[in-house]
Ligand binder design. Sequence first.
Ligand SMILES: Nc1ncnc2c1ncn2[C@@H]1O[C@H](COP(=O)(O)OP(=O)(O)O)[C@@H](O)[C@H]1O
Ligand SMILES: [Mg+2]
Length: 359
Amino acid sequence: MKISDVLNCSFAAWYGTFQRVTFKSIVIPLPEDFVRYLHTDGIVLPDGSQCGLYTKSKNLAMDGDDDDEDLRDDDLMKKYENDWQVPSNTEIAKAPDFGELDETVKTAITSLGGKVFPKLNWSSPKDANWISFNRTLMCSCPSEVYLLLKSSEFIAHDLDQPFVHCDDYDSSSAADRNSMSYCLVLRQWQSIDPSCEFRCFVNKNRLIGICQRNSTKLYPHIVEEKVAILKDIVTFFEKEISSKFPDPDYVFDVVRNRKGKVILLDFNPWGRVTDSLMFTWDDLEHMAAGSQDSSCQQLPCFHCVESEDGVQCSDYGNYAFPKDIRDLTAGEDPFKLMDLMKLKIQSSGDGSSSSEDDY
Ligand SMILES: Nc1ncnc2c1ncn2[C@@H]1O[C@H](COP(=O)(O)OP(=O)(O)O)[C@@H](O)[C@H]1O
Ligand SMILES: [Mg+2]
């Protein structure tokens, strides 16, 4: 995998070519100071970015008792400051102000229908959904977007070392985050049925493998409709993807709805940084090298969970508790807990949320 392969999969690189066959999205270039803010520790939200944000901060109380339920939010904040015996001369992180970006994000959210799915150049903060109101990545204001981005290790990877696994990566070269232009991608929110998502592996412009994206579940309709699913995805690949993507080797994700319509979700590099899900990378390399396995010669290999015995364990188990929360629960960083408490205070009394009603 080369740096150019990774760059070709960044959202801004492919969206222009494929916007007809994917969900409507808006790409917002991020100012340097915002990228720096994403890098800093703590979860202090910029002033003016809030909406009806609800955080799970209450659930983070260390002792788990319910005495705090009766306290008002600002009392609760003081209680935690006292409990943690914060030295009086300690300056608590100050909320930054990104007024212009906030306005751009708000306008984009409105023009996408009020609910969006956020990403950075490559990754979504899907490991951080625990921090949001309804455990999804649905956002309706800038603060929800920022909180998810700041709580995600996948986003941290996009920021810190997007090219670290590339063969031509040299840590001393210019191809690092200092020369990268980062973008916030806001995608129109869709209520996607996970049983309709598939990952497709392309080598030398040949679609060689397809599997269900959520390998942790048996979906009987996939088993029943295997042939139709395969046919719809192959047709979509040939018509909409194959001659248009600049690399011969890549991985793409699609949603195929129950009526057979296929929609592009994302591109990922061909290589071990991309989760091979129900294949192994050794299998894929073998198939790519022109395996003699007759079942895989004409049509792509199709893998799905065929029985309860075939399910794989959950994808993001390792990521469920980002570093901020590990620090919190280990009692190692009282300031992070206070940031979260502040969030709760900023958002209290304004606990509106949007509901999922698109599907
Ligand atoms: N526009 C959207 N609205 C709602 N959910 C989405 C949207 N786009 C993607 N998702 C969900 O998020 C998951 C991850 O999306 P993806 O764009 O592939 O991010 P990543 O590259 O971080 O895996 C998808 O499997 C899908 O279930
Ligand atoms: Mg992806």
